[in-house]
Design a protein around this ligand. Structure first.
Ligand code: SF4
Ligand code: SF4
Length: 297
């Protein structure tokens, strides 16, 4: 089983458009949408959800009101300002202490410090994950709950389920739509992948973020290739990126030109290669052929 991770140092480089087209070109491959904080591949691939599961990503502290003596220790020790003090409404009685689940990190310090043992750490429902039949084949995707973190864990879970599904369906390839940035979710989407395709754009911020994400991939010993999307919007920066890639032994395997068909495809909820035979579509097909050759598919 081969795993291709498509990543970008920053958001908005067109990574998901590339993955959606790859899904169409490599029909039957398992697609793992690991961009769980802003999952949007399902908008293009039109999945029918076959399985929906809750994601328990961590813990949340909860105060048992009947055991709390309102000593205030939890308020003092919480570094996340998650403890709230509720004043008595009728002017009498004690203040009440509560924990805001959106602010609570689940670190457990308050539970450890509470002299009454009045704080429980309960499993936190942090989102949902799904196994679906998309137009192009199987899709594993997820949604992080509002205000929830632990998306690195959810990415790991999505990849693990994608692997199980690929084994069950005897699919030889998993294509991962990775999260933007260089944080924990990106590391979770890259670790153990056979190839990282970085989709970048010819801008100074794109260049800077390319450098950072390449370092992450190389630190994880994942081979890297680069695709320049909308390469013709700044020829100067584009050439600088190509030179930089050459100097760092990174193959530039695709140059996708600016093309209105990319936006039109999104509006029609199709991948670029399904929607158009224009310049961007042709470039993505060529890019796929090169990536497939590198992966020896
Ligand atoms: S430390 Fe325990 S007893 Fe004190 S206010 Fe917090 S929950 Fe209540
Ligand atoms: S578990 Fe940690 S973050 Fe949550 S309320 Fe307690 S001390 Fe604060």
């Amino acid at each position: 089983m081969t795993e291709l991770a498509v990543i970008s140092g920053k958001g908005g480089t067109g990574k998901t458009s590339v993955v959606a087209s790859f899904a169409a070109l490599a029909s039957g491959s398992v697609i793992a949408d690991c961009d769980v904080d802003a999952a949007d591949l399902h908008l293009v691939l039109g999945p029918k959800v076959r399985r929906s599961e809750e994601f328990i990503g961590g813990k949340t502290a909860v105060i048992r009101g009947d055991a709390c003596t309102s000593c205030g220790r939890c308020l003092e020790v919480c570094r996340f300002s998650a403890v709230r003090v509720i004043s008595p409404t009728d002017g009498g009685g004690n203040e009440r202490y509560e924990i805001d689940p959106l602010s609570c990190d689940g670190c457990g310090v308050c539970a450890h410090q509470c002299p009454e043992g009045a704080i429980d750490l309960l499993p936190a429902r942090s989102g949902r994950w799904f196994v679906s039949d998309a137009r192009t084949g199987p899709l594993v995707h997820a949604r992080v709950g509002i205000g929830q973190e632990n998306s690195g864990k959810l990415v790991t879970l999505v990849r693990s389920e994608a692997r199980k599904l690929a084994a069950k369906k005897q699919a030889g390839l998993i294509i991962t739509d990775g999260p933007p940035g260089i944080g924990c979710p990106v590391i979770a989407s890259l670790t153990g992948a056979d190839l990282a395709l970085v989709v970048t754009e010819p801008s100074l911020s794109g260049f800077h973020d390319l450098d950072r994400v390449v370092r992450v991939a190389r630190g994880l010993r994942v081979p890297v290739v680069v695709c320049l999307n909308k390469w013709d919007i700044s020829l100067e920066v584009g050439h600088s990126i190509e030179e930089w890639c050459h100097d760092h032994d990174i193959p530039v395997v695709g140059l996708i030109p600016y093309d209105n068909a990319v936006t039109e495809a999104q509006i029609h909820r199709k991948s670029v290669v399904e929607h158009s035979d224009g310049a961007a579509s042709a470039a993505i097909r060529k890019l796929w052929d090169r990536v497939a050759a590198i992966l020896e598919l």
